[in-house]
Design a protein around this ligand. Structure first.
Ligand code: GLV
Ligand code: MN
Ligand code: MN
Length: 421
């Protein structure tokens, strides 16, 4: 017995209701904030895992707290696995769609395949990653890196704002940091990795199109900068005798902005987090720690900008009698998406009667880490006004439904290919 296929309108409405429910799972009342290994992250695993199990999937949590929901193959002697995923962690004061859509969209696409009574010659695993954003710890993309065996063990020693080490947070969450290798997925049995995601930029809206196929993902480097001077009394240390770490950082931040503006290849450079020590209004800042995020559509402009920033910051620090240290936490090169999987997404978009456009991604995604081991591809869904990392993030539910229907058709297209292997 099969149920009637849902229309894109119905799929979109259903996705929206699940997205609304997941958005209520937060660490901060009144806004969506769900960082890696937080209490809200644990509750979101329960909620999303429940949705997977209700739809007949088996669930497991890996050694870095990635929720994995598996639907077995319906046919084939030694079936391979298709991976579908995205992340359920969020930035601080986030929207409802970034990452979560890729997980909920994957679950609904599989439900739809079952409702239509369709059979698959491969297993499908939905991966709900927990550390894509790199907000609580500096280790962005660490869960998808673990899936590809490229986890950097030095991440475990990084601390959050409260001084908790990642290794301690994992243990407190019930994960075993000594067994991170067990999270690695053997590429031999994997067909590929698909991720649907909101665009988070304005291009699709500008073109008047709900969907677009991603060609590549901009490389990104994330660092922390530490400037150390001398803390002192704000009333007694004369201006010319100060070694004010925050004033030095202010000068460096303006340099980062200038270098970002002067760069080519869609270079962007951001300082988004600053911590001041000791952090009192009547004390000259003795030490500051700040984040640095640099990205570009190609690797050379990013690497050139990083060199310039490091050189200029060093000069500024020297002139001001400050010591300066840079630590690199994330360094991911520009990542092209797999051509064959791009074509599978493209055929699905065309089969929906939509014009086909392709676009690069400026934002980072789990697909960049997954591409190290598996053929990987992404489909973007139009974002209103290109707004993201902001509670105003929004996409029309019909566009969400079209994205999920395109994913259904892509899975079926891959199923046909797999049968012919
Ligand atoms: C993830 O959203 C990133 O690109 O920072
Ligand atoms: Mn995302
Ligand atoms: Mn994000």
């Amino acid at each position: 017995m099969t149920d009637a296929a849902r229309s894109p309108e119905d799929l979109g409405r259903l996705a929206q209701s699940l997205l609304d429910e997941l958005a209520l799972v937060t660490d901060e009342t009144g806004r969506v904030t769900r960082t890696y290994l937080s209490p809200a992250h644990a509750r979101s695993i329960d909620l999303v895992g429940g949705w997977m199990r209700e739809r007949g999937m088996t669930t497991a949590l890996d050694a870095v707290a990635t929720l994995r929901g598996r639907r077995p193959a319906d046919e084939g002697a030694a079936p391979r696995t298709l991976l579908i995923g995205s992340h359920i962690d969020t930035v601080v004061d986030a929207g409802k769609l970034d990452g979560t859509l890729g997980v909920i969209g994957g679950i609904l696409a599989l439900e739809e395949i079952d409702r239509r009574g369709l059979r698959l010659p491969f297993a499908v695993e939905i991966l709900a990653f927990g550390d894509e954003e790199g907000v609580r710890f500096p280790s962005a993309l660490s869960s998808s890196s673990a899936a590809t065996g490229t986890y950097r063990r030095e991440w475990l020693e990084a601390r959050d704002r409260d001084g908790v080490k990642l290794v301690e947070a994992l243990a407190a969450f019930g994960c075993d940091p000594a067994r991170i290798e067990t999270a690695t997925i053997d590429p031999a049995g994997v067909l590929g990795y698909l991720e649907i995601h909101i665009e988070q930029g304005p291009r699709l809206e500008h073109w008047g199109l709900p969907l677009g196929v991603v060609t590549s993902i901009a490389g990104q480097t994330r660092m922390s900068m530490t400037l150390t001077g001398m803390a002192g009394h704000a009333g007694t240390v004369p201006m010319d005798l100060r070694r004010d770490a925050l004033a030095g950082l202010a000068e460096i931040i303006l340099g980062v902005e200038r270098i970002g503006r002067q760069g080519t290849g869609e270079l962007v450079a951001t300082v988004g987090r600053v911590q001041v020590f000791p952090g009192a209004g009547n004390t000259v800042p003795g030490r500051v720690e700040a984040s640095l995020d640099v990205r570009a559509a190609a690797d050379t402009p990013r690497l050139v900008a990083l060199e310039r920033i490091a050189w200029e910051a060093g000069r500024i620090a020297e002139r001001r009698g400050l010591s300066f240290a840079l630590e690199r936490h994330v360094d991911v090169p520009t990542c092209p998406m797999d051509e064959d999987l791009q074509e599978a997404f493209a055929r699905a978009v065309v089969s929906l009667g939509l014009d086909l456009r392709r676009l690069p991604s400026g934002a980072g995604h789990d697909a960049m880490a997954m591409a190290r081991s598996f053929p990987s591809a992404m489909l973007f869904i139009r974002s209103k006004a290109g707004i993201s990392h902001n509670p105003l993030e929004w996409s029309d539910p019909l566009d969400l439904g079209l994205g999920i229907e395109a994913l259904v058709r892509t899975i079926l297209d891959l199923a046909e290919k797999e049968r012919g292997r």
